[in-house]
Structures are given as C-alpha cells and as structure tokens.
Design a binder for this molecule. Sequence first.
Ligand SMILES: Cc1cc2nc3c(=O)[nH]c(=O)nc-3n(C[C@H](O)[C@H](O)[C@H](O)COP(=O)(O)OP(=O)(O)OC[C@H]3O[C@@H](n4cnc5c(N)ncnc54)[C@H](O)[C@@H]3O)c2cc1C
Ligand code: SF4
Length: 571
Amino acid sequence: MAEVKNYDVVIVGGGTAGCILAAKLSEKGVNPETGKSLRIAVIEAGAYLKGEPKPGHGIPLRRQMYTNMPQDIRFGRNFVTPQGRGRGVGGSSLIFGSGAWFPFDEDYEEWQEETGTDWSKENFKSAIEEARRVFNVTLQPEETLSNRRAAEMFKTTAEAMGYEVLPGHSRAVKNCIFCGHCADRQICKYDSKQSTLVTHAPLAERNGVEFIANARAGRILIDRKGGKPIARGVLIRKLDLPDEIYPGDEFVDWNSAREITILAPKVIVSCGDLETPPLLYASGYGSREDCGPRLLVANRNVGRNVDGHYGEGGQVGVSGIFEEKVSGMDGGWGVDPFYHFQTKIGRDRIVLLHGYGSFPRYSFWDGQPERHALSPFAPAFGQPHKDYMRQICDPWEKESALSLKLREPVLRVTRIAVDTKLPRTAPRGRIDKDRRVQIFGEEIIGYSRETGKEERNYRSIHPEVKRVFVAGQEIATKLLEKMGAKKIFVEPIIPRDGLTFKWLTGGCRAGSDPRNSVINQNFESHDIDNLFIVDVGSIPRSPTLGLFLSICVVSIFASERIISRHLTKKA
Ligand SMILES: Cc1cc2nc3c(=O)[nH]c(=O)nc-3n(C[C@H](O)[C@H](O)[C@H](O)COP(=O)(O)OP(=O)(O)OC[C@H]3O[C@@H](n4cnc5c(N)ncnc54)[C@H](O)[C@@H]3O)c2cc1C
Ligand code: SF4
C-alpha cells in the first residue's frame, strides 16, 4: 500500500515561486482551526542543494559540486529540464541570468485590463519593496560592463528623439564578482546570485518546512463527491537518492519510483509555465481535448491564453557598422549595459534594447559559434578562418596583437534588439500535455545547444507580430542612422534556426471571470476548492521585460492573500 503523509499545506513545485510561498506561509501563516504553526511540505522533482548561504563564499556542498565545473554551459543539465527550465529547489531562479526587471507600470494596467484582476501597482507596493530588498536589486557596476561607448550613443540619440531611456543592467546579485559563470544556465557557486534557493529555502527550512526532493507529483487528488470539487492532496513518486543528486530528466524512470500519497487541506501548484498545465490535465482539470477520459472538472482555459515574447528580448534586431570603434571588450563580464526604451505601435508596446543579444563577440555565452563563422567579418576558409574563430570565441583568451586585429571590425558594430510580446490582435498560444507550446498551430522542433535536446523554434509568425517587428526595426534603423552608422543590417525577422517564443505566462491565468481564466485574483481555482495556482502561468499577460521579479512580486503578493484568507486563526 502507498505510504500516506499528512500536512496542512502542500506546495507542488519548489521553484522560484514555490520557495517564496514556503518561506512566507511558514513565517506568517497558522492552522486556521488550532492557531498552531503550519506543517508544510514542498514537493520538488529535482535535487535540493541544501544549506545556509554565505553570499560571496557559498555553502560547501554547492562549492564542491561547482568549483571544478568545466566552463561548459551544457554541464548543468541535471538542473535543467529538456525545455530549458530550472529543475531543483530554487527552480528556474537557479539558472536564470540574474537580469532583474520589475513589472512596468503598464504591465499592472494590462493585468487589470486583460482579465479584471485588482493587481494594481498600488496593491503590489509592499511586495515590490520587499522583493527589491530581499533580492538586492541594484544596477551592475559600470566597470563590469562592456560596449559603453555605443550604449552612451544609443542613450543620448534616443533621448534626443524623445524617448525615455532606462538602464537595463539591473541585477539580483549580492557580493557578485562578475565572473560570468552564471551568465547562462548555471548555478552560482558563490551563492551570489539571488536564487530562491539562497533567499527563501533556508528561511522555510528554519521554520520547519519539509522539502521532499527528487519527488515528482503525478496527480492532484480531486474529490468530486457532493458539491463543488475539492483538492485533497497529491500523489507523488519519490526517488531513493540523496537530496543533492538528481540524475537529469532523461535518466529517471518515475514509474518505478516509490509512491507516496500526500494529504493536505490546501494544495498550491507551482510547477512553472510548462509543467503546471500538464499536471492539471493528468489530474482531470482542463478541457476534454487535453484531459481525455480523465476529465473531472472542465475549464477550457487551463493551458490556453499563453502569452510570451518572440525571440525573448533579442532575436530580432538591426545592426549598425561604424567607422570608428564603438564597442569593446573593456568590461569584465561581457554583458552590455543594454539601455532600453519602450514605445507604442498602435495599441501594442515594443521595447528597443541596446546591447541585448548584441552582435556576438562572445559566442561562448550565446552558444552560437556559427553566427561568428558566417559573419561578414569572418575569413571564408582555411587557417585565417580557424584563427578568427579561435580568437573570437574564447572569452578567457588574453588580448594579443592578433586577437585585437581580428576583433577590430567587430568592435565597430553595435546592435539594437526589437522585442515584442503577442500583439493584442494576435491569438494566444496553448500548452499541450507533452509541454509543447503551440502558437498559431505551428511548431518546429529545433536543436538546443544548451541542453543538447530538442527545443521549439517557430518558422512563421502571425502577420500582426510581423507588423510590430517591422515598425520596431524602422525605429531602430533611424536611430542607428542618427548615431552615425555607415552601414546598417536589418536582420531577417525569422532567423535561419527559427524564432523562439519564451517568457511564457497565462497558462493558468488569474481573472475575475471563469470564462476566460483559471484562478481568481486571490490565486484560488475558480472550479476546485482548496486548490491554488501560483507561478508564472498565473500572470495574465507577459511583463515587458524578464519574468523573475514579476513572479517574485506576484508570489509575495499571493502569500499575503492566501494567509489572510485561509491561514489565519479563525475568530
Ligand atoms: C535559463 C533561464 C534564464 C532566465 N533568465 C532570466 C533573467 O535573466 N531575468 C528574468 O527576469 N527572468 C529570467 N528567466 C525567467 C524566470 O527565471 C522564470 O520565468 C521564473 O523563475 C519561473 O518561476 P516559476 O516559479 O514560475 O517556475 P520555476 O522556477 O521553473 O519552478 C517550477 C518548479 O517546479 C518543479 N516541478 C515541475 N513539475 C513538477 C512536478 N510534477 N512535481 C514536482 N515538482 C515539479 C520544477 O522542477 C521547478 O523547480 C529565465 C528563465 C530561464 C529558464
Ligand atoms: S557572475 Fe554569476 S556566477 Fe559569478 S559571482 Fe556573480 S552571480 Fe555568481
């Protein structure tokens, strides 16, 4: 017989939002009947690298696992899902790029307008202040940035054109040495990156929360007897491995893992953009098309209404070539300041970012050496081509006369990226039971260099998306002309590998009307009592830039609402 465990609250998914919820609920929430501290379990499919952090030094376990790690971005795949999301306590915050942007004022307005939530900036005020403090959101020091000259030109020219330009190098790090190791999909061995593994898991642990790592939820237990359906707990499978060792998704056979029934009167699902909808389908919550014969509770918004960014901030752009050097390897981290501004195209907003996804000098980071190999500056064949690639792709290489000579033309280039989410008039996407994202019915499977696995890229886009990109590229072209570029490359809107579509939200979005949403503004399922959903999928519309701080403020806000409505001692 399956083992049974009882708690007051079970949080399914110990990621970015899951750890925040665990820390906050265990700190301020109580059993409403007894007034006693809550017994909380967090179910996490991946590993738990447990320990009290010392930012800048790291806990011994994490250091031991990472200090000698090769500088190879594929290495961390035990902590990455095949779709590139974080796996392990801390979730995607373990591997995020630490770029930290709060929601823009317009984002709160869109969240209210889109589905009628009361998620105003005013209501989020204390959550924003708390997130700024806890995640140490600050601008990255100027001296660690490269490409400063072009950035300055971008800023002054755009301001002269009437745009409000903002700095984009805001980070969630503490005592960071800007070694660059975490720039893409790596855990910080010094615990400087403010993942929720560092900021919230230790606090939750001190408050008595039980993290059940290497344990995958297969089904939420939904009771249909009597009136409104009610969530009773979750069925999990647990691997018998030390918490810190998770072999990677492709090496686990969950069917042969130990089964445990977790019973709890409050079930909070927090499995992230791609994994929450399939878990709900498997539990019988969604549409008939997605749940099949398992359907128990129908709501056709589960896994639908998905919004996101094409090219996640930087794939579509315009590059300008200048006569003199405008950018450089003059910084330590190789991350550009990427000033940015937003503007409107009809009723839609776009963002123009300088430096984000810049014309690659650091293929080590962007994982796309072929973009160098095919660049207009690369010698076509033979030893000169090899020398060029060897010099240009090695970020650790010491400057030499040859490397400077080879790099010289690249330092005369700067790039402006155009970013857009789905325009209002374009249909939204859908997440299917296999975690595939479908937009406009088309999906092309591509190859991801980061994970060595398949990844989704799109080869056609809705005409409305194209309209917005084209308008953005026209603005970028004008800007580069005014900056003094001698030659301008307007990049194809759909690159050879296809466009990516990421920063996904909306799969279980909040709203006042069950006909177009899954949860209400208090994170309670419209259809199932005692079931809550808190992760990026709860957000009605993709924020302007990034997702990390948005989900952090949303989770802090959610914790307050759940505590005040459900986890406060009854009078
Ligand atoms: C590589 C990468 C880089 C990024 N860089 C940035 C950036 O620089 N700036 C920015 O603003 N945003 C960035 N983001 C986005 C942001 O970090 C994420 O959107 C956000 O952290 C997601 O939070 P979440 O709580 O919704 O999900 P996650 O943090 O992904 O948590 C979901 C958790 O649930 C677990 N889980 C899933 N299914 C199950 C199950 N069935 N049973 C048990 N556990 C389960 C997962 O293992 C995971 O730990 C990045 C994201 C990625 C992936
Ligand atoms: S750059 Fe990243 S890995 Fe390096 S210390 Fe800073 S947060 Fe850590």
